[in-house]
Design a protein around this ligand. Structure first.
Ligand SMILES: NC(=O)C1=CN([C@@H]2O[C@H](COP(=O)(O)OP(=O)(O)OC[C@H]3O[C@@H](n4cnc5c(N)ncnc54)[C@H](OP(=O)(O)O)[C@@H]3O)[C@@H](O)[C@H]2O)C=CC1
Ligand SMILES: CC(=O)N[C@@H](CCC(=O)OP(=O)(O)O)C(=O)O
Length: 308
């Protein structure tokens, strides 16, 4: 018997990506609503309550409304929006982030998908904080560049009509909506300084965290930092710690995939390291993560339908 799944916001950028990953699977069946009624609360409520699993691919307010529309206690939710990432009663849907996180996701009724930028930042930083290599009150900073599909249909239209830019830093008030999620789930005492930018390419992401090793209390060498990450993600088919030494990384490196690649580069003589994550904002940054969480919650192969 196939498991009924409803994607609320299925016509949006993330929703369409999830549909693509679920197409052809006979263990799941998608509940559809008529396109003309896709924003009608009554039609959505009917679908939301008929599903075993709901994936919300909506703006934050619409995601909160969808949760209010659910009255069926059997309906379990994966929210791709920012609405519930630090909310009580919601589990953070990053199975590789902590020991035991995948088992907790498997049992959770409400799972919040991580944001695209926090996915890169947390994967790089959380194991180092957990291992005590980076003190929890360290003043971290992170810069990151996203493809323009990160801004959904509105930003895609802006860039594809020529209104974008080759490279556009933003959130210059240092109050981007992802900062609290990064601080909370890395378990940091202070918010990281977060400098995001959008580039004139459809999809893909590079996240960079500079780390001055020579002033860290334990003064680790570059390889010691890499070994902590290697141990943290051992056995994962999604999160990989690369052992290559490319002279450059490219925003395209993991675009079109659901992989998350981590690199630790640096210079021991200078006592400096650079932590680098590449991913697809629509892959492990959104749709890939949602499908992985769905698989885990439904007790299926965690990697089914993923682009690895
Ligand atoms: N794009 C990305 O890389 C990532 C996005 N996210 C998050 O995922 C969510 C979806 O983003 P994204 O797919 O990019 O956004 P889009 O704008 O591309 O899609 C959102 C969809 O939701 C629909 N919608 C809006 N309001 C309602 C409503 N009340 N009821 C039903 N449908 C509604 C929109 O309709 P219409 O077609 O009419 O506009 C649209 O189809 C957001 O919260 C976003 O922040 C998370 C990680 C990465
Ligand atoms: C390029 C761009 O604009 N990106 C979006 C983040 C996309 C994303 O992951 O946002 P969610 O938190 O909603 O998941 C932004 O900075 O707001």
């Amino acid at each position: 018997m196939s498991i009924p799944v409803f994607i609320d916001g299925a016509a949006g950028t993330t929703g369409l990506e999830i549909r693509e990953r679920l197409t052809g699977r006979d263990d799941l069946s998608l509940i559809e609503i008529d396109a003309t009624r896709r924003k009608d609360p009554a039609a959505r409520a009917e679908a939301l309550n008929a599903a075993d699993f709901v994936i919300l691919c909506l703006p934050d307010d619409a995601a909160r409304e969808a949760v209010r529309l659910i009255t069926n206690p059997q309906t379990r939710v994966i929210d791709a929006s920012t609405a519930h990432r630090t909310a009580d009663g919601w589990l953070f849907g990053f199975p590789e982030l902590e020991p035991g996180q995948q088992a907790a996701i498997a049992a959770a009724p409400r799972v919040s998908n991580p944001g695209c930028y926090p996915t890169g930042f947390l994967a790089l930083v959380r194991p180092l904080v957990r291992a005590g290599l980076v003190p929890h009150d360290w003043p971290l900073s992170v810069s990151a560049t996203s493809g323009y599909s990160g801004g959904g249909k509105a930003m895609i239209a802006e860039f594809e009509s020529g209104g974008g830019s080759a490279f556009r830093p933003y959130a210059l008030d240092l109050a981007h909506k992802h900062v609290s999620e990064m601080q909370r789930h890395a378990r940091l005492a202070h918010p990281p300084i977060f400098a995001p930018a959008v580039a004139n390419t459809y999809r893909g992401m590079v996240v960079e965290v500079p780390l001055p090793l020579h002033v860290l209390p334990r003064r680790p060498v570059v390889e010691a930092v890499r070994e902590v990450l290697l141990a943290a993600y051992e056995g994962s088919q999604v999160v990989r710690v690369a052992d290559d030494m490319p002279p450059v990384v490219r925003i395209e490196d993991d675009a079109g995939s659901d992989r998350l690649t981590l690199r630790v580069r640096g210079n021991d003589a200078a006592g400096q390291a650079l932590l680098i994550a590449t991913l697809d904002n629509l892959g492990k940054g959104a749709a890939g993560a949602a499908v992985q969480n769905l698989n885990i919650m439904a007790g299926l192969d965690p990697y089914a339908g993923l682009r690895l």
